[in-house]
Design a protein around this ligand. Structure first.
Ligand code: 13P
Length: 340
């Protein structure tokens, strides 16, 4: 393990004004996204879409790294250039999703454990050869009156730590992603408690398994009211609760926290990040690693048609620019209307 390289990569991923694009949708998820714009999910459409995002002019000013799916890290652009090279040539760091998905947790109704540890050492070595310098592993936790169970929190923490240790051994920065899902009608206080419990178990497991925290990044949910709750916390309340939770649970050795958007609207995801950064300085960088909240406007503008590629690029660039502003607390809602 080369900790100097790992921590330099982690720090570059959370450089001021920059964040990560999560473009690692699995085959099933990208099909759902394409269904929403009545576009068939073929290999060439997936390539065209991702090539559009990666070649938006000036995007490297706002995007430090891109998380890729297995298919994408091997794919070439229409002109035959590897997509990974298109990123590297702009100074954007390629990353790779390495988990194999959240599967039902045996004997625990409604819960999941993320799989993919078997053979991971070999897969990481291959991905490193293909250019990946960081990776992602996502665990999910549902909230109900009884869930998540202590067992679900425990097994997912253990798997996240095993993944992180294997990554560091391969000189790949592990992004550890424990996602507490916000479906349900729970309060923000319940979200705070569950997120705290999940982070507590995660950092214990990382410590026990000798993971160097300065060579990792955390990709968590924000602390929100359940999406179905009748009373929704305000942007300021979300920022205050999220920062309070992470200050109590995340060691300052971690270089950065890169939030997922998790089904929030793109504008709200930006506003929340902005409000949190206004409460700084913090012990770690507070940044983004959004999938939907960065891609939604680009997907809508593109509609699967080559004639709309420039419109798709503009929409993506604009969204990335607003999230970049949120990194320093300088986003304002009126910037939404400005042309990119
Ligand atoms: P969302 O921002 O759409 O939640 O996606 C981020 C991600 O990578 C989920 O694993």
């Amino acid at each position: 393990m080369d900790i100097a390289t790992l921590s330099a990569t982690a720090e570059a991923l959370v450089a001021p004004g920059k964040g990560i694009l999560a473009a690692d949708e699995s085959s099933g998820t990208i099909k759902k996204r394409f269904d929403s714009i009545s576009t068939e999910s073929t290999e060439s459409n997936r390539r065209d879409y991702r090539e559009m995002l990666f070649t938006a002019k000036g995007i490297a000013e706002y995007i430090s790294g891109v998380i890729l799916f297995d298919e994408t890290i091997r794919q070439t652009a229409a002109d035959g250039t590897l997509l990974v090279k298109l990123l590297e040539d702009q100074g954007i760091i390629p990353g790779i999703k390495v988990d194999l998905g959240a599967k039902p947790l045996a004997l625990s109704e409604g819960e999941t454990v993320t799989e993919g540890l078997d053979g991971l050492r070999e897969r990481l070595a291959e991905y490193r050869g293909l250019g990946a310098r960081f990776a992602k592993w996502r665990a999910t936790y549902s909230i109900s009156d009884a869930l998540p169970s202590a067992d679900c929190i425990d097994v997912n923490a253990h798997a996240l730590a095993r993944y992180a240790a294997l990554c560091q051994e391969a000189d790949i920065v592990p992004i550890v992603e424990p996602e507490v899902l916000m479906d349900g009608d729970h309060t923000i206080e319940r979200s705070f408690q569950v997120t705290s419990d999940v982070l507590d178990a995660l950092y214990e497991a990382l410590y026990v398994q000798r993971v160097r925290l300065d060579g990792t990044l955390l990709k968590p949910n924000m602390v929100l009211s359940g999406y179905g709750a009748s009373q929704q916390a305000t942007v300021e309340e979300v920022a205050e609760a999220t920062v309070r939770c992470f200050r109590a649970m995340v060691p300052s050795a971690v270089p950065g926290i890169v939030f997922l958007s998790g089904g929030q609207s793109d504008e709200l995801a930006t506003a929340h990040l902005n409000a949190m950064n206004k409460l700084g300085p913090h012990p770690w960088q507070l940044s983004f690693s959004y999938g939907r909240a960065l891609q939604a406007p680009a997907l809508k503008a593109w509609k699967g048609e080559s004639a709309n590629v420039d419109a798709g690029r503009d929409a993506f660039l604009h969204r990335a620019k607003l999230n970049s502003a949120a990194r320093s607390g300088s986003y304002t809602p009126d910037m939404e209307k400005a042309a990119s």
